[in-house]
Each structure stands twice: as C-alpha cells, then as structure tokens.
Design a binder for this molecule. Structure first.
Ligand code: EAX
Length: 323
C-alpha cells in the first residue's frame, strides 16, 4: 500500500510539473476504433498540433465512444467539458439545423464531388453556422459513402428493403428517407449498434465500408449491398471559447492540423473502399456489388419533394450541380 501511495504521489507530481511548464492538454474523441479512417485522422491531428505548437498543446485521444457516442461528444464540446471531437454529421442537425441538407441521399455523385463541395464555398460557408452554437468548426473530414448491411437477405431491388428493421443515426433526414424505402428505422447511438445487431434487436444498419470493417459488423451481419445511398461527411468540432482563447498563430495551427488530419483520413477512406469488398467477402459476407441506382432514387421521389420544400430546390441544385 505504501509503495502504491508513493507511486500515485510521484505521478501526480509529474503531472503537476508538466502542467506548470505551460502545457495545455485537450481531449478529442471519436465513436469508433483507433484503427479506422477516423482514428488515423485523430492521430495525425494530435501529432500536427504538438509539432506546430512545439508541444505547448497536447491532444489526448479517446476512441470507441469512451467519452460517449457522437451526440454526447458534440454536447460536451458545446458545453466545454471536452475541447474537441471528430464526428459524422449524423447527430449534427440537432445542434446546427443548416447542416441537414448535406445528409440528403444520392445528393453527391461520388466522394470527389462531396469533397469539392465541402472544401469549396458552400461547405466553408456552412462551417460558419456552427459559431453561434458554441462551436468552432475547424474543417470537414470524411466518414464515407454509406452502404446497407442486414442479417435477413440480399438487397438487390428497392422492394428488398421493405420491412427491414434498421439502425439509423439520430438524423432526421436519414430517418425520413429510409422510411421512404419502406425500412423501419431505429435511431441509436453508434456504441450500441454491435450488440443490437448481435441480439437481433435490429436486422441491419448502414455505414461506410471503413466503419463496417473497423466495427467488425461482418461478425453479426451476413449481407451487404453497395447501395451508396448517402454520403456521410465528418467534421472537426472545437469548443468555441477554447478556440477563441488561442493566439492567432495557434488558431492557424489548429486549422492546419485539421487539414492534415483530413488528408490522412480521406486517404484511408480511399484505401478502405478499394479493399473493402474483397475483405468483407473474405470475412464471410455475401456482397451485392451493383444495384440499379435509378430505381432506388425513383422510390424516394415523394421524400425528395419534401426535401425541396424544406431546403428549396435552388439550394439542393447548387450542391448537386457543383463542379
Ligand atoms: O462516425 O453512427 C454512425 O453510424 C457513424 O457512421 C459512425 O459512428 C462513425
């Protein structure tokens, strides 16, 4: 016991020394594992911050929802109990409704189109909308193109989706659209999804190949179809007050570190997408690689009509037609 007390005392003293040498520790988090496209982003971000601030700022990374699911992490960043998080846009509309438009299914032709929109004027303008809500949005990153998995059947035609009970993100646009497919949506935080699939609480879920592989959903799901039904952006969020306290040079360091993190993150998404089908087949999944996309889009006509009312056709077209 004495030894233990001594060790604790020493480590507390060490912590005090590093604090007194003007080192600020900040927390960052993701809902999925370190060995993932988001994990690579976080590790790169932390390295870049340390390098660019000569170690005055140190980022401690938390993985696999250790600080909570994405909605909880966003809340913590807003409150300032956590400085940073990298999150998909899943729960973001609950905080910044303007971001909803990005979650419309079949909005982007492909990743290149999505990246161009996010890095261009439309995406950059949207980052500013976070400021009045207590966030500094440091930049866009990528979760990826989402595909559907389930334990019941191969999905080839839109009709195959009817009646499937699927976990969705806590996102009103996704929920509305998936209802349009005839899916029974069950919104749920990501850390609960594996168990829900395992126990059969839901039949399926939808996520990018990067997430499906990182979370090992192949262990609890038999079928995957490359539906590519929606692009899933990710975003670097920082507590606004914490950001505002930084010197101008350090602010730039945080923005640049996010850029580098995004580069590493997107490169990993591309690598995951390139090997995903072969890998998931090797892990035992039945993969349907191509669908008649026009048929899936057609089923959503009534939902699109609704989205056009909500967002205005011009705003949707500005994204759709962005070159
Ligand atoms: O951000 O909740 C989800 O399905 C997300 O895609 C996942 O947590 C990665």
């Amino acid at each position: 016991m004495k030894l233990k007390a001594l060790l604790i005392g020493l480590s507390l003293a060490a912590g005090f020394v590093s604090l007194s040498s003007a080192q600020t520790v900040m927390r960052n988090s993701i809902s999925i594992t370190e060995d993932s496209h988001q994990g690579v982003g976080l590790v790169t971000f932390a390295k870049e911050i340390e390098k660019r601030t000569n170690g005055r700022y140190v980022i401690k990374n938390f993985y696999s929802g250790a600080l909570g699911g994405e909605r909880e992490s966003i809340e913590s960043v807003q409150l300032g109990t956590q400085e940073l998080t990298l999150t998909s846009t899943g729960p973001v509309p609950n905080f910044v409704p303007e971001a909803k438009i990005l979650d419309i299914p079949f909005l982007f032709r492909d990743k290149a189109h999505a990246r161009a929109v996010l890095d261009g004027p439309i995406g950059q303008e949207m980052l500013k909308k976070f400021e009045s809500k207590g966030f500094k949005a440091l930049g866009w990153a990528e979760n990826g193109v989402r595909h559907m998995t389930n334990s019941k059947r191969s999905v080839v035609m839109p009709d195959d989706l009817k009646g499937l009970k699927m976990r969705t993100m806590e996102n009103p646009i996704h929920i509305a659209a998936y209802k349009g497919f005839g899916i029974v949506p069950t919104p749920m935080a990501f850390p609960e999804v594996f168990t829900a699939l395992q126990q059969g609480t839901v039949d399926g879920q939808e996520n990018p190949l990067s997430v499906i592989m990182a979370a090992k959903f192949d262990q609890v799901q038999k079928y995957i179809t490359l539906t590519g039904h929606v692009y899933s952006p990710a975003i670097w969020l920082m507590n606004k007050a914490a950001y505002d306290k930084l010197s101008p040079a350090d602010k730039q360091a945080f923005l640049d570190a996010a850029k580098e993190g995004t580069k590493a993150n997107r490169a990993r998404v591309d690598a995951d997408d390139a090997k995903g089908v072969a890998e998931l087949r090797a892990r035992g999944m039945t993969v349907t690689e191509s669908i008649d996309k026009a048929k899936f889009v057609a089923v959503l006509a009534p939902v699109y009509a609704d989205f056009e009312k909500q967002f205005g056709k011009a705003a949707i077209d500005a994204i759709r037609n962005y070159k």
